[in-house]
Ligand binder design. Sequence first.
Ligand code: ZN
Length: 346
Amino acid sequence: MHEPTQAQPALPELLNDGLARVATARTTDELRALEREFLGKGGVIATLLAAVPSLPAEQRRAAGQGANELKSKLAEALAARERELQEQHLSAELAGASFDPTLPATPPRTGSLHPLTQVTRELEAIFTSMGYAILDGPEVERAYYNFEALNIPADHPAREMHDTFWCDRAGSLVLRTHTSPVQVRAMERLKPPFRAIVPGKVFRQETTDASHEHTFHQMEGLVVGEGITVGHLIGTLKTFLREVFRRDLEVRLRPGYFPFVEPGFELDARCPFCTKGCSVCKQSTWIELCPCGMVHPNVLRAGGIDPERWTGFAFGLGLSRLTMLRYRIDDVRHLLGGDLRFLEQF
Ligand SMILES: [Zn+2]
């Protein structure tokens, strides 16, 4: 029987000593030193393993196994202690005064829909629910569609009312002064009966002030069918007003002259904001809502529709104006001014 070498403590003692020192290590540097001492080249385990071949044959197997077990137990303990130290370090950092992980994150800056877009979408939803199609047309328009086809010939005084941006010297292209040219384009394309709305930008060469802008938004409405009357027109606009203002508003028709309708009207609605007069209705309790009327037979003819068989009505809602009414905006120039401080309110 060979006695174990004097300098070599028994394996259980080595293990207990190693585990105890790992458990009390306070830094990763200390852990690295312990790792070198036990597991490194020429370390405790390596020495144990190196001694195995010189042991009597019957002890070699057990001694080798013991050294390897010691190695894996210490390696495990080192790794576990290292994780522990890292977690302690992290929580110490998180506990630092300058950082509070429970604070909600800064929300990302998000945009919002332009008030005009919101109102346009709302109106589109109302009219599509009544069976209207949504049409589009060119903003640079042929003078023919902007004027002639709408019963406004070249020498017609009504052209004076439209302060037109002309796009060429020949006078054949304009920035459309209203969305009405799409009426004729629609008649050319669609077979009656049909109903359509046309939201879009229009342009007038005007001096701008709180209520005038060179670029503004309209929504044209057009219905063509058999037996369409002024009654349908009034009913449609009352329904529309009820949807927008969430209650019935009294309306009145005043005669109005527009070359492309006959008869033509101005439709007024009771001011939705007051009963005795306010700044919105200029103390009158009525607000002018939209020009409208029965489509002029000449316009139906220009669109290729037989006025003996078909009739129709048209109206022109001011989208800019409705948006201002809805949000109590007092200056039309805010709408296209591009000021984010204004737009962020919606
Ligand atoms: Zn009012």
